[in-house]
Design a protein around this ligand. Structure first.
Ligand code: RNT
Ligand code: ZN
Length: 421
């Protein structure tokens, strides 16, 4: 990697090139530095959680791979997150799942309280991070039937409603403590492997459960509720209760956030195209930025066309304050800290590229009906000296530029991860 003098020189040249196109690079970097990405804790331990030491079970999601060194305790996970965050430019957020509670294994999910997350909140506070939260409606004996909030068994349904309620209390406590609203997301795996004859009953029960969970008005400065749909999962191929239409309608009617997960639609559908549609009707949304390869495989996010399109839609639409950007991928076949670094750095790169777009020129062409210029310019943008700005941004934000972060990961692997057996 080049020294900081070279980075600066290259940056100055890049800046000139961008200004020829009417783009203010410094303004773009300043805006970028205010965008917080919510890092999902579950990349660090393959969606395991620390309740019983058991791995992810059920819910139709799956982490594959046997890469050594996964976090076995909350302390290890926090240490790994510290390392990952040091490789990522900017101040970000932590997205925690309820199953990462520190209860010594003897508090049921419907009895969780904010105090079971004290260490997480203290850690976030010490690092100047906001927090987001998720109920965990899977990896639990009471979810083994494949139904939770939509269950016809009242005991089961009530248990999960109670879980949803305590999670909102916990989220609100996190938001209050950290001075930034905690987006508390709800995703359930309820559905059928094969063709059901009653699609209506479970959806009516899910609506009832959600109404019970969201009954209590909460302060929006502390808590923002979000609901996440899905097209299918492993074991729920034929029917998912919480479909897109279901939650979109629910979110509009109840003024909750809608969570758009990039892997939760038909493979030819993209969430970049959904952002402006749903934000015509909703105040705010949550994104689960992920990468599906042939299915909702939750691969590590890369700088793909779709990732760039997501960032462009957020920036072009002026939606930066209405879109909460969360990540949702898990890969157990590569170094888990590298996975966080790669995915998060890519998300930030995509946002920077979007902020550096010569948008005035592009809009001009489009409104004049000059689609030739629009296409030509969009393609020319792809080879603008973006990398020079990115390296400079990383250096300025005290994060490693270029591929140097990988050396840090290797050192940490040698000194810390390889000792976890
Ligand atoms: C599953 C959903 C959900 C989970 C996390 C762990 O398909 O995407 O968001 O990935 O809650
Ligand atoms: Zn998701």
């Amino acid at each position: 990697m080049s020294d900081s003098k070279t980075i600066e020189k290259t940056y100055e040249l890049a800046k000139e090139r961008y200004s020829e196109l009417g783009v203010d690079v410094d303004k773009a970097m300043k805006r970028l530095s205010k965008i917080a990405i919510s890092l999902h804790c579950w990349q660090g331990d393959d969606v395991g959680g620390f309740e019983s030491g058991d791995a992810l079970s059920g819910g139709g999601i799956m982490a594959t791979g046997t890469y050594p060194g996964k976090a076995r305790t909350a302390d290890e996970l926090r240490a790994d997150l510290d390392k990952a965050l040091s490789l990522i430019p900017g101040k970000h957020r932590l997205n925690l799942h309820a199953m990462y509670a520190e209860t010594k294994g003897n508090v049921e999910r419907n009895e969780l309280e904010p105090e079971h997350f004290t260490s997480w909140i203290d850690w976030a506070k010490a690092n100047g991070l906001g927090m987001d939260f998720n109920g965990t409606f899977f990896s639990h004996p009471k979810a083994d039937s494949g139904f939770t909030l939509a269950s016809a068994d009242e005991d089961i349904r009530t248990f999960w409603v109670e879980h949803g309620i305590v999670c909102r209390t916990i989220g609100a406590a996190m938001g209050k403590e950290l001075g930034t609203p905690c987006v508390t997301n709800l995703w359930i795996a309820d559905g059928y492997k094969d063709i059901p004859v009653d699609r209506k009953g479970p959806r009516e029960r899910l609506k009832k459960s959600l109404d019970e969970i969201f009954a209590k008005q909460m302060n929006h400065r502390h808590l923002l509720d979000a609901v996440e749909s899905k097209l299918f999962g492993i074991g729920s191929e034929s029917y998912v209760v919480g479909s897109h239409e279901f939650y979109l309608s629910y979110a509009i009617e109840n003024k909750t956030l809608l969570c758009l997960d990039a892997g939760h639609y038909h493979p030819t559908e993209v969430i970049s195209d959904k952002i402006s549609s749903v934000l015509t009707f909703l105040d705010e949304i949550l994104l689960h930025v992920s990468r599906g390869v042939r299915w909702d495989s939750d691969h590590v996010v890369i700088l793909s066309d779709e990732l760039l399109a997501i960032a462009q839609e957020i920036v072009r639409g002026g939606y930066l304050d209405r879109v909460h950007i969360g990540l949702d991928f898990f890969d157990a076949s590569i170094n888990r800290i590298a996975a966080w670094a790669i995915g998060t750095r890519c998300m930030i790169k995509a946002l920077l590229m979007a902020l550096l777009e010569p948008i005035d020129k592009l809009r001009e062409a489009e409104s004049a009906g000059d689609y030739t210029t629009r296409l030509a310019m969009l393609e020319e943008c792809k080879t603008l000296p973006f990398g020079a700005v990115w390296d400079y941004y990383c250096t300025k934000m005290d994060a490693p530029a270029g591929e140097t972060w990988l050396d840090d990961v290797r050192t940490y692997e040698r000194d810390v991860l390889s000792k976890r057996r």
